[in-house]
Ligand binder design. Structure first.
Ligand SMILES: [Zn+2]
Length: 411
């Protein structure tokens, strides 16, 4: 292997000490003092690899390795160093540290790239602190939404204040944006956060795309009444209707067992929530994802029919609010082909798979071609201190990424 596995492992171990909780957990909120410490450590490794580093006005850490022609669009790699409040050591960190390992290896092999290479640790990928993620990756593309800076965290601190405390100048966002066409392509390595590779016993996967989530909030309205006296045929029980819709979501998402569709109801609110009052109102969320947008549309139409017929059956009224409707974003065929070639050269049988979770690459997909490498994570556990990816697997991922960067530099 060209990359240095023991150095990579040391970097993971050192990074895991910042914001450490318990024996294997991490809590590194976005724009926090711990994220700053993580940036300082990562920046020191970037500098060792010959990169210039800076923190931009969105709170992103950026390392730049100058190429022979600095006017060419940049080859960008990255991920994030913020974590979930009760997170693991590898989500996001893997993409940043493996990218640094790639550049360190370029330097050791005296390879001077023709174009600039940049590594970005994007600010607030996770999104839990202000209930809105991919902040830094949307920021550099000029895609922040109105009111985002006024969102508050649980302590009442606004995003604006958190950015100022972090040292960012929010009046200079424009200076931190990337002009259209200035990014040649984007590469992100990430732990899978699902069990597909672990079950298949494969260390590396090639991502085909990031599936688009459809997020709905459904509110069913019936009629409250005494559970001891209202006869069953006369009831308008909103919770009963919700129960049937929840089952329907599952049936719709599983009708084609060969498809990667996932459909989930994971929150439910019942009013008035008394054991002897028939539920007057029930509100729940639906999360439907698929890499095939046509199929997702078809399933959504089936779902709407089901909601219509189930609410009629139980004499309920309903409203549906669409919270998010993202389209799937596909990885570039040419980058996938390069990754596949390099996996084969390393005798890796790397399956193709879609990403259900979204990543910074989703934001970048609107600005340039992108590719993603998945590394197996044990039992598919993520967003949990038990999250685990082995160092040999991570080293293989970095090696594939290194070879991929060399090939992309020939373009
Ligand atoms: Zn992540």
């Amino acid at each position: 292997m060209k990359i240095n596995e023991s150095r990579l492992q040391q970097h993971f171990e050192a990074m895991s000490m910042i914001g450490k909780i318990g024996s294997t957990g991490t809590n590194r909120p976005a724009h926090s003092a711990d994220e700053k410490k993580a940036f300082e450590l990562a920046a020191s490794w970037m500098q060792d690899a010959g990169m210039k580093t800076r923190i931009d006005n969105f709170g992103n850490l950026i390392g730049t390795l100058e190429g022979a022609d600095t006017t060419l669009p940049v080859l960008m790699m990255g991920s994030h160093l913020d974590s979930q409040p009760y997170g693991g050591r590898f989500d996001g960190v893997a993409g940043v540290l493996c990218a640094i390992e790639v550049v360190a290896t370029l330097k050791e092999n005296n390879i001077n790239p023709k174009r600039n290479i940049e590594i970005i640790s994007f600010a607030d990928e996770e999104g839990w602190r202000f209930n809105k993620g991919l902040f830094g990756s949307r920021g550099i593309l000029g895609k922040l939404e109105d009111g985002e800076l006024q969102r508050t965290d649980k302590d009442g601190i606004t995003r604006e204040q958190a950015l100022k405390d972090f040292g960012c100048d929010i009046t200079k966002f424009k200076e931190s944006e990337y002009a259209p066409g200035s990014i040649f392509c984007f590469l992100e390595l990430h732990i899978e956060q699902g069990p597909v590779l672990d079950i298949a016993n494969k260390p590396i996967g090639i991502v085909t795309g990031i599936s688009g989530p459809l997020w709905l909030t459904v509110t069913l309205k019936g009629q409250a009444g005494h559970t001891g006296s209202v006869p069953m045929p006369l009831r308008k029980d909103s919770l009963l209707g919700a129960a049937e819709i929840i089952v329907a979501v599952n049936e719709i998402a599983t009708q084609d067992t060969s498809a990667p569709t996932v459909g989930t109801v994971a929150t439910i609110n019942v009013f008035p929530a008394s054991r002897n009052i028939i539920a007057e109102q029930t509100e729940f969320t639906i999360d439907l994802r698929d890499i095939d947008l046509d199929r997702r549309h078809r399933y959504e139409a089936q779902l709407m029919q089901k909601i219509e017929s189930i609410t009629q059956k139980h004499k309920l009224t309903y409203t549906i609010k669409e919270d998010t409707n993202s389209e799937p974003r596909y990885c570039a065929e040419w980058i996938k082909a390069i990754i596949k070639n390099n996996c084969e050269a390393l005798h890796l049988d790397a399956p193709e798979l879609m990403s259900g979770p979204f990543h910074d690459a989703l934001a970048l997909s609107y600005a340039c071609d992108y590719g993603m490498i998945f590394v197996r994570c044990k039992d598919g556990i993520s967003h949990n201190p038990l999250e685990y990816a082995s160092y040999p697997d991570l080293a293989l991922g970095a090696e594939v990424m290194y070879a991929t960067v060399l090939d992309i530099l020939k373009k």
